[in-house]
Design a protein around this ligand. Structure first.
Ligand code: ADE
Length: 246
């Protein structure tokens, strides 16, 4: 299967590379499950200073990303792959949830999990489900609204404002990649984790030692009684979910 490709259009590739070249994301690239490409927006800048931004019409503070460099950068990627779809991290976008992550990963919601993910099915599924996402990382105070006309998916990471699209891009890539088949070690670890079914939070977990500074691991987990353990976990999961989303 072809890797799921992410092309990052950014002014700061050096801010993205250390994270993307570590741990799970490194392994996913090494195994050919994802591929990451960088396009430096500065290469498409205007004039001798390779300018990518300008002041807003109508006045106001700050600088806005201009259309010309952004359209040129996106079109240069699409010239090689016309199927690529554009994600724009922006506070005005659709809020990124685990349901959306699953759709972008092309994972069947009924069979979530590393072993059962079915990206092969994406051809029959409604969009999203691309094999190639271009993530445009704006910087500065904002962007010319006409840039929206070339964007397929405006995505917000939540109700707060970040300085640029680089951190959202990392979160988007991380959350998608961990659902792809062959990425996580544990057979079902992606499936049982918090939010994995979109509704229920994960139960609390413990490892050795059985007691640490007076804090004991719940007895039932040491009992070896699988039925009781499953019951306890289901109940804890329910309580946590209720507390967080009453
Ligand atoms: N850029 C700035 N703030 C953002 C947010 N909350 N989500 C996505 N992109 C952003």
């Amino acid at each position: 299967m072809k890797p799921l490709k992410f092309t990052l259009i950014t002014l700061f590739p050096e801010a993205l590379q250390p994270y993307l070249n570590s741990s799970m994301l490194y392994k996913a690239q090494d195994r050919g499950i994802i591929a990451i490409d960088y396009v430096n927006l500065r290469d498409f800048g205007l004039g001798p200073h390779k300018s990518v931004d300008d002041t807003p019409y109508g006045g106001g503070d700050g600088m806005l990303l201009r259309c010309e460099p952004v359209f040129a950068a996106i079109e240069s990627v699409k010239a090689d792959d016309s199927t690529a779809e554009v994600i724009l991290p922006t506070p005005v976008g659709t809020v990124w949830t685990q349901d959306l992550v699953r759709q972008f990963a092309g994972v069947d919601p009924t069979t979530d999990g590393a072993e059962n993910a079915v990206r092969e099915k994406t051809a029959q599924q409604p969009q999203p489900g691309s094999q190639h996402y271009i993530i445009l990382c704006p910087h500065y105070e904002g962007y010319d609204e006409r840039i929206m006309s070339i964007v397929d998916y405006p995505i917000s990471l939540g109700n707060y404002v970040l300085t640029g699209g680089e951190l959202p891009a990392l979160i988007i890539i991380d959350s998608i990649t961990r659902l792809l088949p062959g990425v996580l070690g544990g057979e079902n670890s992606a499936a049982i984790e918090s939010f994995s079914d979109g509704d229920n939070l994960e139960y609390p977990q413990y490892t050795k030692p059985a007691e640490f500074r007076g804090m004991a691991v719940p007895e039932v987990l040491l009992s070896g009684h699988h039925g009781k353990i499953a019951e306890w976990r289901a109940e804890q999961s329910r309580l946590r979910t209720e507390r967080k989303q009453p």
